[in-house]
Design a protein around this ligand. Structure first.
Ligand SMILES: Cc1cc2nc3c(=O)[nH]c(=O)nc-3n(C[C@H](O)[C@H](O)[C@H](O)COP(=O)(O)OP(=O)(O)OC[C@H]3O[C@@H](n4cnc5c(N)ncnc54)[C@H](O)[C@@H]3O)c2cc1C
Ligand SMILES: CSCC(=O)[O-]
Length: 405
Protein backbone atom coordinates (compact mmCIF):
# COMPACT_ATOMS: atom_id res chain seq x y z
CA UNK A 1 0.00 0.00 0.00
CA UNK A 2 1.19 3.50 -0.77
CA UNK A 3 2.07 5.82 2.11
CA UNK A 4 0.10 9.07 2.50
CA UNK A 5 3.05 10.93 1.00
CA UNK A 6 3.45 8.48 -1.90
CA UNK A 7 -0.27 8.81 -2.55
CA UNK A 8 -0.01 12.55 -2.85
CA UNK A 9 3.10 12.20 -4.93
CA UNK A 10 0.86 10.38 -7.40
CA UNK A 11 -1.89 13.00 -7.34
CA UNK A 12 0.28 15.20 -9.61
CA UNK A 13 3.61 14.85 -11.37
CA UNK A 14 6.12 17.15 -9.49
CA UNK A 15 8.28 17.61 -12.63
CA UNK A 16 11.58 19.42 -12.89
CA UNK A 17 10.91 22.88 -14.38
CA UNK A 18 11.59 23.59 -18.06
CA UNK A 19 13.74 26.55 -19.04
CA UNK A 20 10.80 28.46 -20.52
CA UNK A 21 7.00 28.62 -20.27
CA UNK A 22 4.24 30.70 -21.86
CA UNK A 23 3.04 31.63 -18.37
CA UNK A 24 4.68 31.35 -14.96
CA UNK A 25 2.43 31.70 -11.93
CA UNK A 26 4.29 32.50 -8.73
CA UNK A 27 2.42 31.12 -5.72
CA UNK A 28 0.82 27.69 -5.44
CA UNK A 29 -2.07 28.64 -3.20
CA UNK A 30 -5.72 28.27 -4.08
CA UNK A 31 -5.75 31.40 -6.24
CA UNK A 32 -2.57 30.48 -8.13
CA UNK A 33 -3.69 26.91 -8.73
CA UNK A 34 -7.15 28.04 -9.83
CA UNK A 35 -5.54 30.52 -12.23
CA UNK A 36 -3.45 27.73 -13.79
CA UNK A 37 -6.48 25.45 -14.06
CA UNK A 38 -8.71 28.00 -15.81
CA UNK A 39 -5.86 29.14 -18.09
CA UNK A 40 -5.48 25.55 -19.29
CA UNK A 41 -9.15 24.61 -19.28
CA UNK A 42 -10.78 27.78 -20.69
CA UNK A 43 -7.93 29.42 -22.63
CA UNK A 44 -6.10 26.27 -23.83
CA UNK A 45 -2.77 27.61 -22.57
CA UNK A 46 -1.02 24.62 -21.06
CA UNK A 47 2.67 25.53 -21.22
CA UNK A 48 2.39 26.86 -17.66
CA UNK A 49 4.41 26.46 -14.47
CA UNK A 50 3.08 27.14 -10.98
CA UNK A 51 6.11 27.89 -8.79
CA UNK A 52 5.56 27.41 -5.07
CA UNK A 53 8.25 28.03 -2.47
CA UNK A 54 6.70 25.63 0.03
CA UNK A 55 4.06 22.99 -0.63
CA UNK A 56 0.87 23.48 -2.69
CA UNK A 57 -1.89 25.10 -0.66
CA UNK A 58 0.36 25.60 2.38
CA UNK A 59 -0.13 29.35 2.75
CA UNK A 60 -3.33 31.17 3.69
CA UNK A 61 -5.29 28.57 1.73
CA UNK A 62 -4.33 26.00 4.38
CA UNK A 63 -4.81 28.41 7.28
CA UNK A 64 -8.15 30.03 6.78
CA UNK A 65 -11.53 29.52 8.45
CA UNK A 66 -13.13 28.54 5.09
CA UNK A 67 -16.13 30.88 5.06
CA UNK A 68 -17.63 31.34 1.59
CA UNK A 69 -20.16 34.10 0.91
CA UNK A 70 -20.82 36.87 -1.66
CA UNK A 71 -22.83 39.41 0.36
CA UNK A 72 -20.64 42.44 -0.33
CA UNK A 73 -22.04 45.93 -0.63
CA UNK A 74 -20.70 47.59 -3.79
CA UNK A 75 -21.61 46.28 -7.25
CA UNK A 76 -17.99 45.74 -8.31
CA UNK A 77 -17.20 43.52 -5.32
CA UNK A 78 -20.61 41.84 -5.22
CA UNK A 79 -20.31 40.84 -8.91
CA UNK A 80 -16.82 39.41 -8.37
CA UNK A 81 -17.69 37.40 -5.25
CA UNK A 82 -20.98 36.21 -6.76
CA UNK A 83 -19.05 35.05 -9.84
CA UNK A 84 -16.97 32.98 -7.44
CA UNK A 85 -20.06 31.74 -5.60
CA UNK A 86 -21.57 30.45 -8.85
CA UNK A 87 -18.30 28.59 -9.60
CA UNK A 88 -18.27 27.14 -6.06
CA UNK A 89 -21.73 25.68 -6.68
CA UNK A 90 -20.41 23.43 -9.46
CA UNK A 91 -16.77 23.11 -8.43
CA UNK A 92 -16.73 19.54 -7.11
CA UNK A 93 -18.26 18.31 -10.37
CA UNK A 94 -15.97 20.54 -12.47
CA UNK A 95 -12.80 19.29 -10.73
CA UNK A 96 -14.14 15.79 -10.19
CA UNK A 97 -12.99 16.28 -6.60
CA UNK A 98 -15.21 16.80 -3.56
CA UNK A 99 -14.32 20.26 -2.22
CA UNK A 100 -17.01 19.73 0.45
CA UNK A 101 -18.76 23.02 -0.23
CA UNK A 102 -21.51 23.09 2.39
CA UNK A 103 -24.13 25.81 1.82
CA UNK A 104 -25.23 26.01 5.45
CA UNK A 105 -25.81 29.78 5.42
CA UNK A 106 -23.92 32.67 7.03
CA UNK A 107 -25.29 35.08 9.64
CA UNK A 108 -23.63 38.51 9.98
CA UNK A 109 -24.97 39.77 13.33
CA UNK A 110 -26.19 43.29 14.13
CA UNK A 111 -25.87 44.60 17.70
CA UNK A 112 -26.76 48.30 17.29
CA UNK A 113 -29.23 50.41 15.35
CA UNK A 114 -26.41 51.44 13.00
CA UNK A 115 -25.42 47.80 12.46
CA UNK A 116 -29.03 47.05 11.49
CA UNK A 117 -29.21 50.05 9.15
CA UNK A 118 -25.97 48.88 7.46
CA UNK A 119 -27.38 45.35 7.21
CA UNK A 120 -30.62 46.62 5.62
CA UNK A 121 -28.57 48.59 3.10
CA UNK A 122 -26.23 45.71 2.27
CA UNK A 123 -29.00 43.12 1.92
CA UNK A 124 -31.03 45.44 -0.33
CA UNK A 125 -27.94 46.03 -2.45
CA UNK A 126 -27.37 42.26 -2.59
CA UNK A 127 -30.93 41.59 -3.74
CA UNK A 128 -30.61 44.27 -6.44
CA UNK A 129 -27.58 42.31 -7.65
CA UNK A 130 -29.43 39.00 -7.63
CA UNK A 131 -27.58 37.78 -4.53
CA UNK A 132 -29.64 35.94 -1.94
CA UNK A 133 -30.04 37.72 1.37
CA UNK A 134 -32.55 38.37 4.14
CA UNK A 135 -32.69 40.71 7.10
CA UNK A 136 -33.60 38.77 10.26
CA UNK A 137 -34.68 40.03 13.67
CA UNK A 138 -33.33 38.57 16.94
CA UNK A 139 -36.16 36.04 17.18
CA UNK A 140 -35.49 34.70 13.68
CA UNK A 141 -31.75 34.52 14.46
CA UNK A 142 -32.52 32.57 17.60
CA UNK A 143 -34.66 30.10 15.62
CA UNK A 144 -31.68 29.40 13.32
CA UNK A 145 -29.14 29.22 16.19
CA UNK A 146 -31.03 28.29 19.38
CA UNK A 147 -27.76 27.87 21.37
CA UNK A 148 -26.78 31.52 20.83
CA UNK A 149 -27.63 34.00 23.61
CA UNK A 150 -30.04 36.37 21.86
CA UNK A 151 -31.38 37.76 25.14
CA UNK A 152 -31.25 41.39 26.22
CA UNK A 153 -28.90 40.75 29.13
CA UNK A 154 -25.63 40.59 27.20
CA UNK A 155 -23.08 43.37 26.76
CA UNK A 156 -24.07 43.81 23.11
CA UNK A 157 -27.51 42.21 22.60
CA UNK A 158 -28.16 40.65 19.20
CA UNK A 159 -30.69 42.86 17.37
CA UNK A 160 -30.77 40.88 14.14
CA UNK A 161 -28.56 39.76 11.25
CA UNK A 162 -28.08 39.50 7.53
CA UNK A 163 -28.61 35.89 6.38
CA UNK A 164 -27.17 34.52 3.13
CA UNK A 165 -28.58 30.98 2.73
CA UNK A 166 -26.31 29.99 -0.22
CA UNK A 167 -23.20 30.90 1.75
CA UNK A 168 -21.28 28.39 3.86
CA UNK A 169 -17.93 26.66 4.20
CA UNK A 170 -15.67 24.43 2.07
CA UNK A 171 -12.73 22.14 2.79
CA UNK A 172 -9.69 24.34 2.11
CA UNK A 173 -7.14 21.57 1.47
CA UNK A 174 -9.53 19.88 -0.94
CA UNK A 175 -9.88 23.09 -2.96
CA UNK A 176 -6.10 23.35 -3.41
CA UNK A 177 -5.70 19.64 -4.13
CA UNK A 178 -8.66 19.59 -6.52
CA UNK A 179 -7.32 22.50 -8.57
CA UNK A 180 -3.76 21.09 -8.45
CA UNK A 181 -4.76 17.65 -9.68
CA UNK A 182 -6.99 19.03 -12.42
CA UNK A 183 -4.35 21.53 -13.58
CA UNK A 184 -1.70 18.81 -13.62
CA UNK A 185 -3.98 16.61 -15.73
CA UNK A 186 -4.25 19.47 -18.23
CA UNK A 187 -0.45 19.61 -18.52
CA UNK A 188 0.43 22.34 -16.02
CA UNK A 189 3.81 21.85 -14.29
CA UNK A 190 3.52 22.22 -10.50
CA UNK A 191 6.94 23.06 -9.09
CA UNK A 192 7.03 22.83 -5.29
CA UNK A 193 9.81 23.73 -2.84
CA UNK A 194 11.02 26.34 -5.34
CA UNK A 195 11.30 29.94 -4.13
CA UNK A 196 11.28 32.87 -6.56
CA UNK A 197 14.06 35.24 -5.46
CA UNK A 198 13.93 37.74 -8.30
CA UNK A 199 11.76 38.89 -11.19
CA UNK A 200 13.85 39.35 -14.34
CA UNK A 201 13.13 42.28 -16.65
CA UNK A 202 14.53 43.58 -19.94
CA UNK A 203 13.64 47.00 -21.43
CA UNK A 204 10.82 47.43 -18.88
CA UNK A 205 9.25 44.05 -19.54
CA UNK A 206 9.26 40.92 -17.38
CA UNK A 207 11.06 38.00 -19.07
CA UNK A 208 11.24 35.44 -16.26
CA UNK A 209 12.00 34.63 -12.66
CA UNK A 210 15.12 33.64 -10.74
CA UNK A 211 14.56 30.77 -8.34
CA UNK A 212 16.64 29.56 -5.43
CA UNK A 213 16.49 25.88 -6.35
CA UNK A 214 16.25 25.80 -10.15
CA UNK A 215 17.90 28.99 -11.38
CA UNK A 216 16.32 31.06 -14.17
CA UNK A 217 12.94 30.20 -15.67
CA UNK A 218 11.83 32.34 -18.61
CA UNK A 219 8.20 33.22 -19.38
CA UNK A 220 6.18 35.34 -21.79
CA UNK A 221 3.85 36.39 -18.96
CA UNK A 222 4.14 36.24 -15.17
CA UNK A 223 1.28 36.22 -12.67
CA UNK A 224 2.13 36.80 -9.01
CA UNK A 225 -0.37 35.29 -6.57
CA UNK A 226 1.56 35.26 -3.32
CA UNK A 227 -0.86 36.90 -0.86
CA UNK A 228 1.03 38.22 2.19
CA UNK A 229 4.30 38.14 0.25
CA UNK A 230 3.02 40.33 -2.57
CA UNK A 231 4.96 43.41 -1.49
CA UNK A 232 8.14 41.31 -1.43
CA UNK A 233 7.60 40.20 -5.03
CA UNK A 234 6.62 43.70 -6.17
CA UNK A 235 9.83 45.06 -4.71
CA UNK A 236 11.78 42.52 -6.81
CA UNK A 237 10.13 44.09 -9.88
CA UNK A 238 10.86 47.62 -8.73
CA UNK A 239 7.49 49.00 -7.64
CA UNK A 240 5.39 49.27 -4.46
CA UNK A 241 1.87 48.04 -3.77
CA UNK A 242 -0.56 49.74 -1.33
CA UNK A 243 -0.60 46.65 0.86
CA UNK A 244 0.11 45.90 4.50
CA UNK A 245 0.90 42.33 5.56
CA UNK A 246 -0.60 41.49 8.94
CA UNK A 247 -0.87 38.21 10.87
CA UNK A 248 -4.46 36.97 11.01
CA UNK A 249 -5.05 34.27 13.59
CA UNK A 250 -7.54 31.45 13.99
CA UNK A 251 -8.04 28.59 16.42
CA UNK A 252 -9.97 25.34 16.65
CA UNK A 253 -11.46 23.58 19.63
CA UNK A 254 -11.45 19.92 20.58
CA UNK A 255 -13.99 18.01 18.44
CA UNK A 256 -17.51 18.06 19.92
CA UNK A 257 -20.81 16.60 18.80
CA UNK A 258 -22.63 18.46 15.98
CA UNK A 259 -24.10 21.55 17.63
CA UNK A 260 -23.71 24.48 15.18
CA UNK A 261 -24.94 23.99 11.61
CA UNK A 262 -24.36 27.45 10.20
CA UNK A 263 -21.73 30.23 10.31
CA UNK A 264 -22.08 33.09 12.80
CA UNK A 265 -20.03 36.27 12.36
CA UNK A 266 -20.03 39.39 14.51
CA UNK A 267 -17.94 42.42 13.63
CA UNK A 268 -19.18 44.07 16.80
CA UNK A 269 -18.17 41.62 19.48
CA UNK A 270 -15.34 40.76 17.10
CA UNK A 271 -15.40 37.04 16.49
CA UNK A 272 -16.86 34.39 14.21
CA UNK A 273 -17.43 30.66 14.51
CA UNK A 274 -18.51 27.61 12.55
CA UNK A 275 -18.19 23.89 13.20
CA UNK A 276 -16.05 21.74 10.89
CA UNK A 277 -17.14 18.34 9.62
CA UNK A 278 -14.69 16.85 12.13
CA UNK A 279 -16.58 18.55 14.99
CA UNK A 280 -14.03 21.26 15.83
CA UNK A 281 -15.32 24.78 16.47
CA UNK A 282 -13.43 26.94 13.95
CA UNK A 283 -12.95 30.39 15.46
CA UNK A 284 -11.44 33.61 14.13
CA UNK A 285 -11.17 37.32 14.78
CA UNK A 286 -9.52 40.44 13.44
CA UNK A 287 -6.00 40.98 12.20
CA UNK A 288 -3.11 41.68 14.56
CA UNK A 289 -2.69 45.47 14.73
CA UNK A 290 0.98 45.38 13.77
CA UNK A 291 2.39 44.36 10.39
CA UNK A 292 4.36 41.12 10.30
CA UNK A 293 5.09 37.84 8.57
CA UNK A 294 4.60 35.61 11.59
CA UNK A 295 2.33 32.66 10.85
CA UNK A 296 1.56 31.91 14.47
CA UNK A 297 -0.93 32.62 17.20
CA UNK A 298 -0.71 34.72 20.34
CA UNK A 299 -2.40 34.62 23.72
CA UNK A 300 -4.04 38.09 23.61
CA UNK A 301 -5.92 37.02 20.50
CA UNK A 302 -7.11 33.81 22.14
CA UNK A 303 -8.38 35.73 25.17
CA UNK A 304 -10.09 38.48 23.17
CA UNK A 305 -11.67 36.14 20.64
CA UNK A 306 -12.84 33.53 23.13
CA UNK A 307 -14.41 36.31 25.25
CA UNK A 308 -16.40 37.33 22.18
CA UNK A 309 -17.43 33.79 21.28
CA UNK A 310 -18.41 32.84 24.85
CA UNK A 311 -20.45 36.05 25.10
CA UNK A 312 -22.47 34.88 22.12
CA UNK A 313 -22.38 31.19 23.10
CA UNK A 314 -22.15 30.67 26.90
CA UNK A 315 -22.69 26.96 26.17
CA UNK A 316 -19.12 26.85 24.77
CA UNK A 317 -17.52 28.22 27.95
CA UNK A 318 -16.00 24.86 28.92
CA UNK A 319 -14.97 23.66 25.49
CA UNK A 320 -11.19 23.29 25.26
CA UNK A 321 -9.16 24.88 22.49
CA UNK A 322 -6.92 22.52 20.55
CA UNK A 323 -4.79 24.39 18.01
CA UNK A 324 -4.00 27.98 17.08
CA UNK A 325 -2.13 29.45 14.14
CA UNK A 326 -1.75 32.53 11.93
CA UNK A 327 -1.48 33.44 8.29
CA UNK A 328 -0.09 36.52 6.56
CA UNK A 329 -2.92 38.54 5.06
CA UNK A 330 -2.26 41.24 2.47
CA UNK A 331 -4.72 44.00 3.30
CA UNK A 332 -5.60 46.85 0.95
CA UNK A 333 -6.75 50.30 2.19
CA UNK A 334 -10.26 49.68 0.80
CA UNK A 335 -10.48 45.98 1.81
CA UNK A 336 -10.70 45.01 -1.86
CA UNK A 337 -8.28 42.95 -3.97
CA UNK A 338 -5.81 43.96 -6.66
CA UNK A 339 -6.18 42.00 -9.92
CA UNK A 340 -4.06 44.05 -12.21
CA UNK A 341 -1.37 44.78 -14.70
CA UNK A 342 1.63 46.58 -13.26
CA UNK A 343 4.19 49.20 -14.31
CA UNK A 344 6.23 46.27 -15.70
CA UNK A 345 4.99 44.87 -19.02
CA UNK A 346 3.95 41.16 -19.00
CA UNK A 347 3.85 41.18 -15.18
CA UNK A 348 0.45 40.90 -13.44
CA UNK A 349 -0.52 40.70 -9.77
CA UNK A 350 -3.51 39.09 -8.07
CA UNK A 351 -3.36 39.98 -4.37
CA UNK A 352 -4.78 42.21 -1.65
CA UNK A 353 -7.50 39.73 -0.72
CA UNK A 354 -6.67 40.36 2.92
CA UNK A 355 -8.84 38.42 5.36
CA UNK A 356 -11.37 37.38 2.77
CA UNK A 357 -9.89 35.78 -0.31
CA UNK A 358 -10.68 32.10 0.26
CA UNK A 359 -14.33 32.70 -0.67
CA UNK A 360 -13.15 34.18 -3.98
CA UNK A 361 -10.75 31.36 -4.93
CA UNK A 362 -12.47 29.99 -8.07
CA UNK A 363 -13.65 33.44 -9.17
CA UNK A 364 -10.24 35.03 -8.60
CA UNK A 365 -8.48 32.29 -10.57
CA UNK A 366 -11.06 32.41 -13.34
CA UNK A 367 -10.82 36.18 -13.77
CA UNK A 368 -7.05 36.31 -13.40
CA UNK A 369 -6.62 33.52 -15.96
CA UNK A 370 -8.63 35.52 -18.48
CA UNK A 371 -6.52 38.60 -17.70
CA UNK A 372 -3.27 36.68 -18.22
CA UNK A 373 -4.55 35.00 -21.39
CA UNK A 374 -5.58 38.27 -23.04
CA UNK A 375 -2.97 40.54 -21.45
CA UNK A 376 -5.74 42.90 -20.36
CA UNK A 377 -8.15 43.01 -17.42
CA UNK A 378 -11.25 40.79 -17.44
CA UNK A 379 -14.45 42.87 -17.07
CA UNK A 380 -14.81 41.83 -13.43
CA UNK A 381 -11.14 42.67 -12.74
CA UNK A 382 -11.23 46.18 -14.23
CA UNK A 383 -12.38 47.96 -11.02
CA UNK A 384 -9.56 46.23 -9.06
CA UNK A 385 -6.62 47.73 -10.90
CA UNK A 386 -3.68 48.72 -8.70
CA UNK A 387 -3.91 52.15 -10.37
CA UNK A 388 -7.25 52.86 -8.61
CA UNK A 389 -5.06 54.13 -5.78
CA UNK A 390 -3.67 56.75 -8.17
CA UNK A 391 -7.04 58.11 -9.36
CA UNK A 392 -8.95 57.58 -6.10
CA UNK A 393 -11.57 55.15 -7.45
CA UNK A 394 -11.42 52.97 -4.32
CA UNK A 395 -14.22 50.52 -3.48
CA UNK A 396 -14.66 50.61 0.28
CA UNK A 397 -15.74 47.17 1.53
CA UNK A 398 -14.59 47.46 5.13
CA UNK A 399 -18.21 47.09 6.19
CA UNK A 400 -18.69 43.78 4.40
CA UNK A 401 -15.28 42.38 5.27
CA UNK A 402 -15.76 39.59 7.80
CA UNK A 403 -13.29 41.00 10.31
CA UNK A 404 -11.70 44.29 11.20
CA UNK A 405 -8.86 45.00 8.81
C1 LIG B 1 -6.47 32.80 9.80
C2 LIG B 1 -7.11 33.18 8.49
C3 LIG B 1 -8.49 33.05 8.33
C4 LIG B 1 -9.10 33.37 7.12
N1 LIG B 1 -10.42 33.10 6.94
C5 LIG B 1 -11.00 33.31 5.73
C6 LIG B 1 -12.36 32.94 5.52
O1 LIG B 1 -13.01 32.37 6.40
N2 LIG B 1 -12.92 33.23 4.31
C7 LIG B 1 -12.22 33.87 3.31
O2 LIG B 1 -12.79 34.16 2.27
N3 LIG B 1 -10.89 34.19 3.47
C8 LIG B 1 -10.29 33.91 4.65
N4 LIG B 1 -8.95 34.20 4.84
C9 LIG B 1 -8.19 34.80 3.72
C10 LIG B 1 -7.78 33.74 2.71
O3 LIG B 1 -7.16 32.68 3.40
C11 LIG B 1 -6.81 34.29 1.68
O4 LIG B 1 -7.28 35.53 1.19
C12 LIG B 1 -6.66 33.35 0.51
O5 LIG B 1 -6.50 32.02 0.94
C13 LIG B 1 -5.46 33.76 -0.33
O6 LIG B 1 -5.23 32.73 -1.26
P1 LIG B 1 -3.90 32.77 -2.13
O7 LIG B 1 -3.86 31.56 -2.92
O8 LIG B 1 -3.80 34.12 -2.79
O9 LIG B 1 -2.75 32.81 -1.03
P2 LIG B 1 -1.92 31.63 -0.35
O10 LIG B 1 -2.73 30.43 -0.14
O11 LIG B 1 -1.22 32.25 0.82
O12 LIG B 1 -0.86 31.27 -1.49
C14 LIG B 1 0.25 32.11 -1.77
C15 LIG B 1 1.43 31.17 -1.99
O13 LIG B 1 2.52 31.92 -2.50
C16 LIG B 1 3.69 31.27 -2.02
N5 LIG B 1 4.83 32.20 -2.15
C17 LIG B 1 5.05 33.33 -1.46
N6 LIG B 1 6.20 33.89 -1.84
C18 LIG B 1 6.74 33.09 -2.80
C19 LIG B 1 7.93 33.12 -3.56
N7 LIG B 1 8.82 34.11 -3.43
N8 LIG B 1 8.16 32.12 -4.45
C20 LIG B 1 7.25 31.12 -4.61
N9 LIG B 1 6.11 31.03 -3.90
C21 LIG B 1 5.86 32.01 -3.00
C22 LIG B 1 3.35 30.91 -0.58
O14 LIG B 1 4.20 29.89 -0.10
C23 LIG B 1 1.89 30.50 -0.70
O15 LIG B 1 1.75 29.10 -0.80
C24 LIG B 1 -8.31 33.88 6.05
C25 LIG B 1 -6.93 34.01 6.20
C26 LIG B 1 -6.31 33.64 7.40
C27 LIG B 1 -4.82 33.74 7.53
C1 LIG C 1 -11.80 35.88 7.98
S1 LIG C 1 -13.37 36.51 7.75
C2 LIG C 1 -14.13 35.47 6.65
C3 LIG C 1 -15.02 36.21 5.67
O1 LIG C 1 -14.57 37.22 5.12
O2 LIG C 1 -16.16 35.78 5.47
Amino acid sequence: ALSYHENWQRAWRNPKPKKKYDVVIVGGGGHGLATAYYLAKEHKITNIAVIEKGYLGGGNTARNTTIVRSNYLWDEAAHLYEHAMKLWEGLSQDLNYNVMFSQRGVLNLGHTLQDMRDIERRVNANRLNGIDGEVLDAKQVSEIVPIMDCSDNTRYPVMGASWQPRAGVARHDAVAWGFARAADQLGVDLIQQCEVIDILTEDGAAIGVETKQHGTIHADRIGCVVAGNSSVLAKMAGFKLPLESHPLQALVSEPIKPILDTVVMSNHVHGYVSQSDKGDLVIGAGIDGYTGYGQRGSYPTIEHTIQAIVELFPIFSRVRMNRQWGGIVDTCPDACPIISDTPVENLFFNCGWGTGGFKATPGSGNVFAATLAKGEAHELAKPFSMFRFHDGSLIDEHGAAGVAH
